[in-house]
Design a protein around this ligand. Structure first.
Ligand code: SF4
Length: 61
């Protein structure tokens, strides 16, 4: 699975709190640090996508 943060990101930092191995804060939006999400991080990545207040995290299989 791959993840992408789109332009709806409001820079709240929640995804970084929930899954810091995958998400980090950039200059204006969060960004994804890995190309392919490792198996052991899928759950926290999905949780971050669900909890993101603007649904800015897109997941692709
Ligand atoms: S949780 Fe959503 S809005 Fe908040 S920093 Fe992450 S991608 Fe951006």
């Amino acid at each position: 699975m791959e993840a992408h943060v789109n332009e709806e990101c409001i820079f709240c930092g929640l995804c970084v709190d929930l899954c810091p191995e995958v998400f980090q804060l950039g200059e204006e939006t969060a960004y994804v640090t890995v190309n392919e999400i490792p198996e052991d991080l899928l759950e926290c990545c999905r949780e971050a996508a669900e909890e993101c207040p603007t649904e800015a995290i897109e997941l692709f299989d």
